[in-house]
Write a protein that binds this ligand. Structure first.
Ligand SMILES: [Fe+2]
Ligand SMILES: [Fe+2]
Length: 210
């Protein structure tokens, strides 16, 4: 039925007018069958993985010393993980949750293993760590997409944007590891980012300061 001057079907709903203890943006997702508590916990775990990976990639990149091409690719993946953390964190708060007060708790509950510098930090060993970290990220964001598809368009949009970059990252490290370890060309289809940390799908715009 079309809305009329006297009939605005979306003007009211289950959340009473003026109630700031509930969010229609959450209630609508619940009505569509989404388990909000489960989603919140998975998003915090995923944000923890992005944040810790950003940290660990800093170390891994340092130890690709002398391999400027590898360092450049690692730098894009590193800075894009920071973008992923910053893209998804506001959503956690919108859903009524937040980041752990203690960064130790945050690191411990990260959804992916610590991307430690290997004991024998050759390029092959480091690229293997990078590749497996990207694979964990792909599994993570695919799961978030599955949970939210058709129920939470906003989280789905953010997760799918992150996922696109993670899929690119996996392809980059397959290309580098395949040639470095096996001497086999497996092109990733990589084009250079505009600037390091470009994050074409996931970057928050910088604050506008007039
Ligand atoms: Fe990431
Ligand atoms: Fe990544």
């Amino acid at each position: 039925m079309a809305a009329t001057r006297d009939h605005k079907p979306h003007a009211t709903g289950r959340v009473p007018a003026g109630d700031v203890s509930q969010r229609v943006g959450v209630e609508q997702m619940t009505a569509r069958g989404l388990n909000i508590e489960e989603l919140r916990e998975k998003l915090i775990d995923a944000a923890g993985a992005e944040f810790t990976t950003y940290y660990y990639y800093t170390i891994l990149r340092m130890h690709l010393a002398g391999k400027e091409d590898y360092k450049e690719i690692c730098e894009d993946a590193r800075l894009e993980d920071r973008s992923h953390f910053e893209l998804i964190t506001p959503r956690i708060y919108e859903l009524g949750a937040g980041l752990p007060r203690d960064i130790r708790e945050f690191a411990d509950r990260a959804g992916c293993p610590d991307a430690y510098l290997p004991a024998n930090p050759t390029a092959v060993e480091i690229l293997t760590v990078l590749l497996e970290a990207e694979r964990c990220a792909i599994r993570t964001w695919n799961e978030i997409c599955d949970l939210t598809l058709g129920k939470d368009p906003r989280t789905y949009n953010l997760a799918s944007r992150i996922l696109q970059e993670e899929i690119e990252h996996e392809a980059w490290f397959i290309e580098l590891l395949s040639m470095e370890r096996d001497g086999v060309a497996r092109p990733s289809g990589h084009f250079r980012r505009g600037t390091p940390g470009d994050a074409p799908h996931s970057k928050n715009l910088p604050f506008y300061v007039p």
